[in-house]
Design a protein around this ligand. Sequence first.
Ligand code: ZN
Length: 152
Amino acid sequence: MKSNAELIAQASERLNPHLSGDRLFGNVAAVIVAESGSEFEGVCIDTGSGTGFCAEAAAIAAMVTAREYRLQRIVSVWRKEETDELFMLPPCGRCREFIRQIDEHNLDTEVILGEDKVIPLRDLLPHHEWPDPVLQTTPVEVTGAVVADPPL
Ligand SMILES: [Zn+2]
């Protein structure tokens, strides 16, 4: 099994920032180790109007393309060019939920945040269960709604 340091280094090798106009691609890279031990890589593509996606999503798409759905481990990295410092990024909120929805077992995914720092996804995504319905003790009376005049 690869060490965290080896996976971090592998992800950092995928970093390849590329500008397309004012859009930046490849400045975050992710490596996934799937349940089978196979590895999948991806980079972010930051395009406008919400059309881009995170490195984690790209790596997961590659994993699902290979018909795998469960993650063992994931690491994502970004390099600050000014200082050449490498950072391990926790998945954003959307990706945390995305990983969970791919397979509920993925709550046990080990998120690598440093050579000696690993946090299970479930700790990064608390209160993920579908909520219980609100107990309604009094009937709600629906009255006419007030609708503002549309702008001219
Ligand atoms: Zn994300």
